[in-house]
Write a protein that binds this ligand. Structure first.
Ligand code: PLP
Length: 397
């Protein structure tokens, strides 16, 4: 099977200043105008596309953004300081005049808390709905609705949103659709399915090394232009810029993302196959045919990249989930830590960590049980040996 996405990433090429095979990092905080008259024209919006000040645009950040846009199939992109800043800037840019938005109710706990606790204080009304039911989004639309927000594969329940159906609906009601694709870069391409903007926590798979925090927004040239507008741009005016050194790191790491995503999916599949052979109950993995949204995910995914590296296991109680996680860490299966997309396996219990911002009753309502163990499967080491280790720990439990 041809890997067109990998080729698109590879075909973005920047040379170093003296012809080096890698680009230089542009650290400058500000850029010189050889013709002083041009500076005023940039501020007045008469001249676009030139470097002004590093909070506005930076050559290294733009280099990374260009490569990310090539991967995502978007006209443009913008690297930012964190996934949360990407979400905040993208959402507030659309909602800058207030109004109503509809969001999936099984999103990352930090995003949920931002929407529930902060945005209403800025005059933004939110309705949360079940992302596996597009009709719930439709029923929630009001006269002043401006935005639909969802995650392609939700954190941590791995619920899949039907991006095509949501984008058709949002278009027909003149709404914007923003999708967090952090769990499924390359596997799903929401822009190609009609989303207006995609947000990433680049801290996760795009970095792959759990050694930096970063985020990005992929969208049209118009929307990215709005975000950095000197008078009205949320990115420009709230200022969560990506550091040029981080941009260089991510620019380089994007080259290996296609290989890494295939490796994450392969390691996760080996483990899931073993778990199923041993009849382990409570597995949530979108690539298995017993999964409630298997068909939808199968239609949406790019088959080159498999089913992703995220597995959630319902261990029935927080105590059992924690006990299993402790044993898995002691037996060198994985590390007990929040976050995901690392080359090594990371384990966490979302109800008591990354989803703890969501109140208990709400967790129960959306089916997020205390006993969930979220596993972000890494690709370092040998898949079979690691699956043996998992089975040993599970049987001891
Ligand atoms: N989106 C998702 C799906 C996440 O899981 C996270 C963090 O865990 C974020 C956004 C926030 O990203 P960051 O920690 O880079 O700000």
């Amino acid at each position: 099977m041809k890997d067109n996405k990998a080729q698109k990433i590879r075909d973005i090429q920047h040379f170093g200043e003296e012809g080096g095979v890698v680009p230089v990092i542009d650290h400058a905080a500000t850029s010189t105008f050889l013709n002083p008259n041009d500076m005023q024209k940039v501020f007045e919006g008469e001249i676009q596309g030139c470097y002004l000040y590093s909070r506005h645009t930076n050559p290294s950040v733009m280099m990374f953004s260009k490569k990310l846009a090539a991967m995502e199939g978007s006209e443009s992109a913008l690297g930012l300081a964190s996934g949360m800043s990407a979400i905040t800037c993208a959402v507030l840019q659309v909602m800058k005049e207030g109004g109503h938005m509809i969001a999936s109710d099984t999103i990352y706990g930090g995003t949920w808390a931002l929407f529930k606790n902060i945005l209403p204080k800025f005059g933004i009304e939110i309705t949360f709905v079940d992302p596996s039911k597009p009709e719930e989004f439709k029923n929630a639309i009001k006269d002043n609705t401006r935005l639909i927000y969802t995650e392609t594969m939700s954190n941590p329940l791995l619920s899949v949103s039907d991006i095509k159906a949501l984008s058709e609906m949002s278009r027909s009601y003149n709404l914007k659709l923003i999708v967090d694709n952090t769990f499924t870069p390359l596997i799903v391409s929401p822009i190609e399915l009609g989303a207006d903007a995609v947000v990433y926590s680049c801290t996760k798979y795009i970095s792959g090394q759990s050694d930096l925090i970063a985020g990005a927004i992929c969208s049209s040239e118009e929307f990215i232009g709005e975000l950095i507008d000197v008078n009205h741009g949320m990115a420009m005016l709230s200022g969560p810029v990506m550091d040029p050194k981080v941009a260089y790191e991510l620019y380089s790491r994007l080259d290996t993302l296609p290989i890494r995503m295939k490796a994450h999916s392969s390691a996760a599949k080996t483990l899931v196959d073993r778990m199923r052979q041993e009849d382990i109950p409570g597995i949530i993995y979108p690539g298995i045919n017993s999964y409630k949204q298997f068909e939808l995910f199968n239609q949406m995914k790019n088959k080159v990249y498999g089913d992703g590296g995220m597995i959630t296991l319902d261990c029935e109680s927080l105590e059992r989930a924690t006990k299993l996680a402790r044993s898995l860490q002691e037996n060198k299966f994985g590390l007990f830590a929040v976050s995901l997309g690392f080359s090594r396996t990371l384990l966490s219990c979302p109800s008591a960590s990354t989803s703890s911002e969501i109140p208990k009753e709400e967790q129960e309502r959306i089916g997020l049980s205390d006993g969930l163990l979220r596993m972000s499967i890494g690709f370092c080491g040998d898949e079979e040996i690691l699956a043996d280790r998992f089975m040993k720990c599970f049987k001891e439990l």
